[in-house]
Write a protein of this length. Structure first.
Length: 59
């Protein structure tokens, strides 16, 4: 039951790369490349949006 609950709570959102380029995405669309840094307010990871091949930092 816990696994099913976690799967249904996946993060979703919109990724706007330009005024004309917007993607609906879930956390499954992001590949975690590794940690960039961490501090008192959390960790920042380097991620790649698999569909657009865009590299980004995600907190």
């Amino acid at each position: 039951d816990k696994l099913r609950m976690c799967q249904s709570m996946q993060s979703t959102g919109k990724l706007q790369l330009s005024p004309d380029t917007v993607y609906d995405f879930t956390s499954e669309d992001l590949q975690d490349v590794g940690e960039i840094g961490r501090g008192g307010f959390g960790t920042v990871n380097k991620m790649i949006h698999r569909i657009s091949n865009t590299v980004m930092a995600v907190k």
